[in-house]
Design a protein around this ligand. Structure first.
Ligand SMILES: [Zn+2]
Length: 273
């Protein structure tokens, strides 16, 4: 990876014990945060006390979750989440829903409410409109990327809520990198069918011990970043944490690395009251 680009991308990201946060959005009364893995050497949380575990729709450890919310200065009662199903449904709300809804993107139109999604390799995407005070969180794995959930969410913001593209700020959190994300035709065929230009974000699979030319390695975050640019989001308003979930063992959860017992990282945004 180009070290210069990496450092540039990091300059507006603050690392705290529990999360990476985007500094600039605080100017607009917003938060954008991606949680760090439970690590007793870093944040005092034991690995056994995962804040969020497996595919649960609620925190695994309420105490640590409260600690996480407190570190961001937000009330956990304002958090809005969903049952993530690798689809493209967008949940739109102005209050905390009474029931858990199946969706993979959440748009929130009132301050004091915080859309939250969980990931372990998939791309977590946080969006705010700094003027209209609307926030959104997206869970984009390969299926969501194929379904263009990021573009659909942006279209909803501009078409329904009349957001101006120039007011939109986006952060792409840690996800599995092209160093580790090997995929086969099951992923590549629908992806290249829907997004032919995405071929440039894939590289040949290089394990010569396995003569499998059907496999490639993908950069899902770069594909979603490209969706943002193609949609017209200003490059200067996009923050991208170039961290691979699988490589960064001490800081991030990875389903590919740890399997079904993997914890989940939290991505959360929203405007303070
Ligand atoms: Zn990696």
């Amino acid at each position: 990876m180009n070290e210069e680009i990496k450092l540039k991308d990091y300059q507006d990201i603050i690392t705290t014990n529990l999360a990476w946060t985007v500094k600039k959005v605080e100017l607009f009364g917003a938060i954008m945060a991606f949680s760090r893995r439970e690590n007793s050497n870093v944040n005092g949380l034991q690995e056994t006390q995962k804040i969020w575990s497996s595919n649960k729709s609620k925190p695994n450890n309420d105490e640590n979750f409260s600690l996480f919310c407190k570190s961001l200065g937000i009330e956990s009662s304002g958090i809005i989440t969903c049952r993530q199903v690798h689809g493209d449904r967008i949940l739109i709300c102005k209050e905390v829903p009474k029931k858990l809804v199946a969706a993979d993107a959440i748009i929130v139109t009132a301050p004091g409410l915080y859309p939250l999604i969980r990931t372990a390799d998939c791309v977590p995407i946080l969006i705010i409109d700094r003027v209209k005070k609307i926030s959104a969180a997206i869970h984009a794995g390969w299926k969501g990327t194929v379904l263009r959930i990021i573009r659909k969410t942006l279209s909803t913001l501009t078409d329904i809520f009349k957001c101006d593209k120039s007011d939109i700020i986006v952060a792409l959190g840690p996800s599995i990198g092209k160093c580790c994300y090997e995929v086969n035709r099951v992923v590549l065929d629908p992806l290249f069918q829907n997004l032919p230009w995405a071929t440039e974000f894939s590289v040949p699979y290089q394990d010569i011990s396995e003569s499998n030319d059907e496999k490639r390695r993908l950069d899902l975050a770069a594909i979603n970043h490209s969706e943002l640019i193609k949609f017209g989001i200003y490059k200067k308003n996009i923050y991208k944490l170039n961290m691979c979930t699988s490589c960064n063992v001490n800081d991030l959860h990875s389903f590919r690395r740890d399997g079904a017992s993997s914890g989940r990282s939290i991505a959360i945004t929203g405007f303070r009251l």
